[in-house]
Design a protein. Structure first.
Lengths: 272, 316, 513
């Protein structure tokens, strides 16, 4: 942790994430207005004393919508990543531990899935699933799985031949015990680092799907959707698109910086 | 990098593509609703719908539909678009060139800008330059394309006094200047994230190479700084950059979908979204196949370039 | 109710914009000039020119230029002669005779005759052909060519509005030869009798039509050519129109209308129309089978607010009748006030003293559906309705919800007659009966209206039918949306019929400075 905070990227990342998590945890309670309430006489206003960040085309308070959408946006990123990382790790560790034919079959399939550009893959899955937040989350998770499986397999292979694992094998420990107690904890580092950076991707892809109308649906306060709904009015009140757009960027940047700092902390060799 | 290896990799790609087409077909086919419903829209009375399904061949068993389609593809016939009633090859082919033009403009501009930028940051480590470039690369990677695009539109294409066109496409054959003008905002959007990725990568590799023994040795020998950088350091720093660029092509192919949609650029991305919305299966299949092939080939090309840049790989 | 003042101001502004128009259009007195290419921008793709089945907003103007029907709807919503110069019916409206224009030729030079009319209508009635006009022409029993310029329709039931049905946009006359060829050729080729001929068909960018020198109206069309230009991006479309790169914007978005209307030298046209969004409530199950619940929702719908927020004031509140004031025999409808208290009381009376929870589904295309749902949720909340909005992609909606769901937002274009309006949605055997509001008495009235030729009697019958509709509230119809279009200063006589499927481009002429 100390190492994390010793680099400027680490500090910046932590600060941004702190901001995001405060918004996500308390946002809905500190919002000044009901995020769905119309203020018909105050449509498309810029920032001002009454509406701190302005209003959208229905006269809904942008700040309140932003705060209200924070938990969903962060949860989407974390949830999709957790699902993808979970599934990927299980597959990767199985491949790494089993080796031989099982490993080569799994790797072939993964290579096949990785032959598709990421967003295209997500887009196809979600349009087949029918659109919606849950579907989008699942699609992002599925897209993440092959890449994560590869990383988990690599990490597993690298610890498989370490002394402590060989010692455990020599002691005659069961396979499950070895995987659970020796392999997994030691392979976890690279997986966590990758997962943190992936959260920012997940948030960005989720917002993009919302923007394309395939993710969250109106009247949700998901940030990508906010940009999409306000696009027609962006020249009349640019704040409608700037506010949620920047919120997405800040969140993604927070996870990115944090992930980079985490990587450096785990692997000092890479610090430059 | 033997011929056998190349053939093996291509073989794997083909198998993957076959699986992809089958999956796309199966999933689209079992979904409720179809192209006939989308064509008729408000006019979709049950009897008109049934007649339209017969006309489009959607009443055939799924296996027959798939075999028909794949048989056609093997003969080089990609079928007819269900929505547009035009040959798929024509529709997709046209869109492909539009997308390719955009991607190439973005990629070339980015490479030309990012490599000097990264090198500069590495040479001036710790200065305001370095910091600025670093900050930019972080912000760049955190902005999804649709946000970048929207912000660019607000700044450059506001209706009172637009500096650049807000969207659309002009054929380069008709008006080349207009074509380039329309390509500025979409390619800038596409380039933003790539620029951030590549300049960051070049910077970090360059810093490492600059502190390596052979660069130090070259400097000690009295080789001019310029030559040290251009002849010794840069080529070595470029290898990972090429890897990043090739990975970014996958990224570019995804990003192009969003960018084309926002800027109304009539390429593959826009076509894909239109086809998905209209359940136009032959077009979906062709676009997905094409994108996957481009992706696979670009990965292969990256491997070849790396082999050429790096003698260790070449002679291995 | 502070927004009310705002609303009024907007309406006044809107009226000023539209009433100012005729004075701007001094071209009506000036002699039309011939020549020039009219560049029309549109934002939805022209995916097909198949006149039998197409339904795209930018496809309708194309077939209006390429083809002619027996009859054609004018801006007055009444059928006018097109290929048929005149027609007459027998007393009980079961036999119609159409007298065709002589000397008309198709674009390829082949002469037009009664045989082509017979072939076209047989194709429309053929269940193996996906024909959009079939649903309004099912009463045709036989059709025969009496001689080269006379066609006789025999109906299996009386139908006074047949000349309106023959004006259906998808019932344009095709040549016998085109119908004998594979019908898929109709998607990309066109051989009609309309004022313009097809020159270029490029679905991704442009459809170009050129003057038909042999059009049956002498001297028309005035234009040498029309280019339908696809601008999938609305911002770009507006920018190009305002800078003079295009002459006509086929459809103007509400959000942009005021800005375009304010631009110099531009004629922004606001056509009151019968296009509406409606709330579909399936009435064979709870809670919508109770008329008090439907009426409560009606009272909980703030129509003024919806018109202001969703339509930017460019429309009119509707009072839960599908019949717009423009239609013949339309009655004056009493205003349904926004009264959440009365709505709450009605709900309580119906057995929902603590309010009612329901999920309202809306498709994401066009955006107005979801907007209606979101705004309705807000205004209905005050009356105790707790609506959850579920928005979904249009294809999913069409497949899973449309005609099946219990509570969703519909969106319909204007129909030319009361008969067509009610037979689309409300009679027991309507084409899209999606409410299960089936009422034998109402059905009988509509059937009687169909077979009655006497106008006074018809007015009485239709008044009674509209009364029944208002009493029972089968749909919530919160507003009628105006059709919005715009043309440049040099473009004269660009008009869109309220049905927005008829454009009369042969009358348009250019006078570019």
């Amino acid at each position: 942790m100390r190492r994390l905070l010793s680099s400027p990227t680490g500090i910046a990342g932590c600060l941004l994430l702190l901001l995001v998590f405060v918004a996500a945890l308390f946002g809905p309670w500190i919002a000044p207005y009901d995020p769905q309430e119309f203020h018909v006489t105050a449509r498309l206003q810029g920032p001002g004393p009454e509406f701190l960040l302005g209003t959208d085309q229905y006269g809904r308070d942008l700040l309140s919508r932003l705060l209200n959408g924070a938990p969903a946006t962060v949860l989407f990123g974390l949830g999709a990543t957790a699902l993808g990382v979970g599934a990927g790790s299980v597959i990767g560790v199985i491949a790494g531990v089993a080796g031989g034919r099982v490993d080569s079959v799994i790797m072939r399939v993964l290579d096949g899935l990785l032959a598709m550009p990421e967003l295209l893959f997500t887009l196809l899955i979600v349009s087949f699933l029918g659109g919606g937040t849950g579907q989008a989350m699942l699609a992002v998770a599925v897209t993440f799985t092959p890449g994560m499986a590869r990383i988990a397999r690599g990490a597993t292979l690298s610890v498989r031949t370490r002394e402590y694992v060989l010692a455990a094998i020599a002691r005659g420990e069961s396979r499950a015990w070895i995987v659970g107690r020796e392999v997994l904890p030691n392979a976890l580092g690279p997986i966590i680092v990758e997962a943190t950076i992936r959260v920012s991707f997940a948030i960005m892809i989720g917002a993009t799907l919302g923007f394309l109308g395939l993710g969250a649906q109106p009247p949700s306060t998901e940030w990508g959707l906010m940009v999409s709904e306000a696009r027609q009015y962006m020249f009349r009140n640019p704040w409608c698109v700037i506010v949620p757009g920047l919120a997405i960027a800040i969140t993604a940047m927070g996870f990115n910086l944090f992930g980079d700092a985490l990587r450096d902390a785990f692997d000092p060799r890479r610090t430059r | 990098m033997s011929l056998a290896y190349l053939i093996r990799r291509l073989g794997a790609v083909i198998v993957v593509l076959a699986i992809v087409t089958l999956a796309v077909f199966a999933i689209t086919a079992v979904l409720p609703g179809n192209a006939a419903l989308m064509v008729l829209g408000e006019n979709a009375t049950p009897d008109a719908l049934a007649a339209m399904e017969r006309q489009l061949g959607l009443d055939q068993p799924l296996a027959v539909q798939y075999l028909d389609w794949i048989g056609g593809v093997l003969r080089g016939d990609f079928g007819t678009s269900l929505r547009l009633q035009l040959p798929v090859a024509q529709v997709v082919g046209e869109a492909f060139w539009h997308s390719a033009a955009l991607a190439v403009i973005a990629l070339v501009t980015v490479t030309v800008v990012a490599i000097p930028l990264g090198t500069l940051a590495a040479l001036r480590r710790g200065t305001a330059w370095d910091l600025g470039i670093g900050l930019f690369s972080y912000v760049g990677t955190a902005l999804p394309e649709f946000v970048t695009a929207t912000l660019l539109l607000v700044v450059f294409a506001a209706p009172d006094g637009p500096i650049l066109p807000a969207g659309g496409f002009v054929a380069p054959g008709e008006d080349f200047g207009g074509f380039l003008l329309h390509a500025v905002l979409p390619s800038a959007t596409l380039g933003m994230i790539l620029l951030a990725h590549i300049s960051r990568q070049v910077r970090s590799e360059m810093s490492e190479v600059l502190s390596s023994d052979y660069v130090r040795a070259a400097r000690l020998k009295g080789v001019k700084e310029r030559r040290v950088i251009l002849r010794h350091a840069l080529p070595n720093a470029l290898i990972p950059a090429v890897t990043v660029i090739s990975l970014d092509i996958g990224y570019l192919l995804g990003g192009i979908i969003v960018v084309e949609e926002i800027f109304a650029w009539p390429g593959l991305g826009r076509l894909l979204i239109y086809a998905l919305q209209n359940r136009d299966l032959p077009v979906i299949q062709a676009v997905v196949l094409l994108l996957a092939v481009v992706y696979a080939l670009s990965n292969l090309a990256a491997d070849l370039v790396i082999a050429w840049l790096d003698p260790r790989v070449r002679y291995a | 109710m502070s927004f009310l003042t705002l609303t009024r101001r907007h309406v006044l502004m809107g009226l000023a914009a539209s009433t100012a128009l005729p004075s701007v259009g001094f071209g009506q007195s000036a002699a039309p000039k011939s020549g020039g290419t009219l560049r029309v921008s549109h934002s939805t793709r022209i995916a097909t020119l198949n006149v039998l089945s197409l339904s795209g907003p930018a496809e309708y103007p194309c077939i209006d230029m390429l083809y002619s029907g027996l009859t054609r709807i004018g801006t007055d919503n009444l059928p006018h002669p097109d290929l048929a110069e005149s027609w007459e019916a027998n007393d009980d409206a079961t036999e119609f005779t159409f007298h065709l224009r002589e000397g008309v030729t198709f674009h390829d030079g082949t002469p037009f005759s009664a045989e082509d009319v017979v072939a076209t209508y047989q194709a429309i009635l053929n269940p193996d052909i996906p024909a959009a006009a079939r649903s309004v022409l099912t009463m045709i029993d036989t059709i025969e060519a009496v001689d080269a310029t006379t066609v006789k329709f025999t109906l299996n039931a009386p139908f006074a509005d047949l000349p309106v049905s023959t004006a259906h946009a998808n019932a344009r006359i095709l040549s016998k030869a085109a119908l004998a060829a594979p019908l898929s050729e109709l998607d990309t080729k066109a051989n009609g009798t309309g004022p313009f001929k097809l020159e270029t068909y490029d679905t991704a960018r442009m459809v170009r039509l050129v003057k038909n020198e042999n059009y049956y109206q002498p001297g028309k069309p005035y234009l040498d050519a029309v280019e339908m230009l696809l601008y999938p991006d609305l911002t770009a479309e507006t920018a190009n129109f305002l800078s003079g790169s295009t002459d006509v914007m086929l459809t103007v978005q509400q959000a942009d209308f005021q800005r375009i209307a304010d631009a110099q030298g531009v004629q922004a046209l606001r056509v009151p129309s019968g296009r509406y969004a409606c709330v579909v409530m399936r009435q064979d199950a709870e809670p919508w089978n109770d008329v008090r619940v439907r009426k409560a929702l009606a009272l909980a719908t703030d129509r003024e607010l919806l018109v202001e927020v969703i339509l930017e004031g460019l429309g009119r509140p509707a009072q839960d009748s599908l019949v717009p004031p423009e239609l013949q025999f339309a009655t004056e409808k009493p205003v349904v006030p926004y009264d959440p208290e009365a709505a709450r009381a009605l709900l309580a009376e119906a057995g929902y003293p603590d309010g009612l929870k329901a999920t309202l589904v809306a498709s994401d295309r066009p955006a107005i559906r979801a907007q209606t749902a979101i705004a309705l949720k807000q205004t209905a909340a005050a009356a105790g309705f707790d609506l959850t909005i579920e928005t979904m992609p249009h294809d999913t909606y069409l497949a899973n919800v449309w005609m099946k769901g219990a509570f969703y937002v519909g969106y319909w274009g204007m129909q030319p007659t009361i008969d067509a309006t009610y037979n689309l949605l409300l009679t027991s055997d309507a084409s899209y009966q999606d409410t299960e509001w089936k009422n034998a008495e109402f059905d009988a009235l509509i059937a009687e209206g169909r077979s009655t030729v006497d106008e006074g009697k018809r007015a009485e019958i239709y008044a009674k039918a509209q009364e029944m509709e208002l009493a029972d509230v089968p749909y919530i119809v919160p507003f009628f949306e105006d059709v919005l279009t715009a043309s440049s200063a040099g473009t004269h006589d660009w008009e869109v019929a309220p049905i927005s499927r008829f454009f009369h481009v042969e009358d348009v002429w250019l006078d570019r400075a």
